[in-house]
Design a protein around this ligand. Structure first.
Ligand SMILES: [Zn+2]
Ligand SMILES: [Zn+2]
Length: 142
């Protein structure tokens, strides 16, 4: 496990996560989920925990499996192809292609340099960075 070894060496401290902010996800007049954002006090990497109806993970107890980095960003990816909006919270890099199975997908779901959906003609999907919405409400509607 060479990669694992390198990872351990690169980490110079044990992350010290503190609750940082929340983002309320708003869909059609009601809060459909809340993203809790935790940040390391030393290096400022961020991990998130999504609280949604019937779904709550235990990230804060088990640690955060995914952390952002200077060249990545937490975003909400929204699909409006079905009557009920679908969304995911993802840590992405500029240029990433988000894997998504969908009848309304006409082009790759690619992350632009401003962490938006690159194809602005795609009216069924959007990508929204969580950064401007810390301690605010993000409207998921398209
Ligand atoms: Zn840290
Ligand atoms: Zn879709």
């Amino acid at each position: 496990m060479a990669a694992k070894q390198e990872e351990t060496n690169a980490k110079t401290h044990e992350h010290d996560f503190r609750y940082y902010a929340c983002v309320n996800l708003w869909d059609n007049g009601e809060v459909t989920g809340v993203i809790d954002v935790w940040r390391c006090t030393a290096c400022h990497v961020k991990g998130i925990e999504l609280r949604a109806q019937g779904l709550s993970n235990l990230a804060t107890e088990t640690g955060f499996p995914v952390l952002d980095a200077p060249d990545s960003n937490w975003v909400v990816f929204v699909c409006g192809a079905q009557e009920q909006l679908r969304y995911e919270v993802l840590c992405v890099h500029v240029g990433d292609i988000i894997e998504h199975e969908c009848v309304e997908k006409t082009s790759p779901i690619k992350v632009s340099s401003s962490y938006k959906l690159e194809d602005t003609k795609d009216k069924f999907h959007k990508i929204q960075s969580i950064e401007p919405y810390l301690n605010e409400t993000m409207d998921l509607s398209l």
